[in-house]
Design a protein around this ligand. Structure first.
Ligand code: HEC
Ligand code: HEC
Ligand code: HEC
Ligand code: HEC
Ligand code: HEC
Length: 180
């Protein structure tokens, strides 16, 4: 009896560990949304206030990385806007200290993958095609899986995400394009 109970307990423990392992948060999966140090809302800033994406992510059309804005960009408005709000008090203290704001990365491809915003943004692929309706998100979350099959699906048939005037029919599918 004691051996049987022991075996059942060990079986249960293994099941719990296996389920935990299989359901752990996948960094590449859709829906990944880590908590951020300041509750910044895209819904408010990019949605209600209609601040253009490129105002804050100004490198998206001219560098590999879109970039996250420095606190200075926030202070363009928050020197005077909502200065009594606890989150803005925190933002101002950080700005005065000169330290960077340590936002948690949401999207992050493995090092062996090469991705560049420029060819996409300059071909007219909208931010939304890959990042989803960011202007509706209070907390930003990964709208697109960053799996290879997702990249390839669009590279094989990019027409629906391109502007009508573009005559591009395919994007690169050779391994070297994304693994260099
Ligand atoms: C007022 C500045 C501002 C505007 C406007 C803005 N963003 Fe952002 N964005 C940020 C900040 C700050 C972060 C980092 C904090 C966060 O993830 O919420 C961020 C994060 C992101 C991320 C996730 C970055 C990561 O770590 O993977 C994406 C994707 C993004 N923004 C897309 C957009 C798109 C698309 C638009 C336009 C619809 C837009 N943003 C408009 C400031 C802005
Ligand atoms: C173009 C002006 C502008 C810029 C740039 C801007 N904000 Fe805002 N922000 C606003 C306005 C306007 C509000 C809403 C005020 C209200 O609720 O009446 C707001 C609200 C907020 C709030 C909510 C405050 C509260 O308690 O209600 C936070 C947090 C915030 N902003 C953070 C940021 C951060 C972080 C950045 C930089 C990445 C940023 N903002 C850039 C204009 C701006
Ligand atoms: C073809 C798909 C695609 C399009 C279009 C796209 N992005 Fe991205 N974006 C990605 C991927 C993939 C990553 C992760 C890159 C990495 O981990 O190196 C990313 C990362 C980001 C990040 C995190 C910081 C960085 O630069 O790595 C921000 C911010 C961002 N994108 C904003 C934007 C904005 C704003 C637009 C539109 C102007 C846009 N993206 C268009 C796929 C896309
Ligand atoms: C929504 C459609 C779409 C998605 C999703 C997409 N791409 Fe692309 N990608 C394109 C288009 C269109 C081009 C071609 C631009 C051109 O030829 O002008 C391109 C070009 C590229 C290039 C440039 C190749 C070269 O020869 O310079 C690389 C690298 C690339 N994509 C990597 C990726 C990776 C990695 C992912 C997934 C994380 C991805 N793309 C997801 C549409 C997409
Ligand atoms: C359009 C971009 C793109 C092209 C083209 C591409 N890959 Fe990938 N590949 C990715 C991305 C993104 C990942 C990381 C996400 C994942 O593991 O699915 C990846 C991951 C991988 C991995 C690691 C898988 C793992 O489980 O860790 C291998 C191996 C790989 N690719 C091989 C290839 C080969 C071989 C080719 C050519 C036949 C190729 N790739 C073409 C984007 C691409």
């Amino acid at each position: 009896m004691r051996i049987l109970l022991g075996a059942i307990a060990a079986g249960l423990l293994l099941t719990v560990l296996a389920v935990g392992w299989a359901t752990q948060t996948d960094r590449l999966a859709q829906g990944y949304a880590p908590a951020q140090p300041i509750p910044f809302s895209h819904r408010l800033h990019a949605g209600s206030l209609s601040i253009p994406c490129l105002h804050c992510h100004s490198a998206a059309d001219r560098s590999r990385h879109a970039g996250i804005p420095a606190v200075e960009v926030c202070m363009e408005c928050h020197r005077v806007t909502k200065t009594e709000s606890p989150a803005i008090v925190q933002l101002k203290a950080l700005f005065d200290s000169g330290r960077p704001l340590e936002w948690k990365r949401v999207h992050s491809l493995p090092d062996h993958v090469y991705f560049d915003h420029r060819p996409h943004v300059n071909a007219g692929v909208d931010c939304r095609s890959c990042h989803g309706p960011v202007e509706d998100m209070t907390v930003i979350s990964q709208a697109m899986s960053l799996r290879m099959n997702r990249c390839l699906a669009c590279h094989r048939a990019p027409r629906p995400s391109l502007p009508a005037e573009s005559d591009l029919q395919r994007a690169p599918e050779n391994c070297h394009a994304c693994h260099r």
